[in-house]
Write a protein that binds this ligand. Sequence first.
Ligand SMILES: Cc1cc2nc3c(=O)[nH]c(=O)nc-3n(C[C@H](O)[C@H](O)[C@H](O)COP(=O)(O)O)c2cc1C
Length: 190
Amino acid sequence: MRKETGDIRDIWGRFTTGVTVITTTEEIDDGSDVCGSKSDTRKSQEQDATEGSKHSAVHGMTANALCSVSIEPPLLLLSVGINRRSKRLIESKNRFGINFLNTAQLDIAIHFSKSDPGRDQPEGLDYWYTAIGIPMISGSLAYIDCRVAQHFEVADHVIFIAEAETFALGQGEPLVYYEREYKRLDRWDS
Ligand SMILES: Cc1cc2nc3c(=O)[nH]c(=O)nc-3n(C[C@H](O)[C@H](O)[C@H](O)COP(=O)(O)O)c2cc1C
C-alpha cells in the first residue's frame, strides 16, 4: 500500500552521491550579450578555426542523477529535466562529457547548478578538450566522454543512455552530496 509521508526528495536526500558537471557546447553569436549565461565563451583551439560570427561555447550542468548501466559495453544513464538547457544541447549533439568533481571544485558545482549564475566564473575554472572536441573541466576527479545511444522521455525528465567512449582518471578526493548539502568523505580509523 502506498503511503505518502512528506517529500520524496527527503528520501533521496538520504542516498549519498558524488557530484558531476555535464559539459556540452552551444553555438553563441560573437556579438551577443552573455551576461547571465554560465556558458564559457572562451574559444578552444579547434573553435578558433570557426569562421563567421558564431562560435562554440562550453555549457555545464551540475548533475547527480547518474549511474552505471553495464560494463561491456560501458553504458551509463543520465536523467535530465525536460526544461534544462542541457537537455536541448545533449539532444542536438548526441555527445556530452561527465566531469566527476573533487572537493577543490565546490565553487564549480555551485556555479553550474544555477540557471542564472551571473557573469562571474569560479576561480580556477578551465577546460581541456577530448579528441572529438568535448570540453572537460581541468583538475577533476575523473572524466568520461559519452556518445548518446538512446534517449526517452519519462514524466518531466529525459533519460539518456550513453556509451563511455573514452575515460580518464584525474586527481583529488570526491565531492559528495547528502541531504541537499555538499560534503567530503571521512575515513574509518584503522
Ligand atoms: C547536486 C545537484 C545535482 C543535480 N542533478 C541534476 C540532474 O541529475 N539532472 C538534472 O536535470 N538537474 C540536476 N540538478 C539541477 C541542475 O544543475 C540545474 O537545474 C541547472 O541550473 C540546469 O542547468 P541548465 O538548464 O543550464 O542545463 C542538480 C543540482 C544539484 C545542486
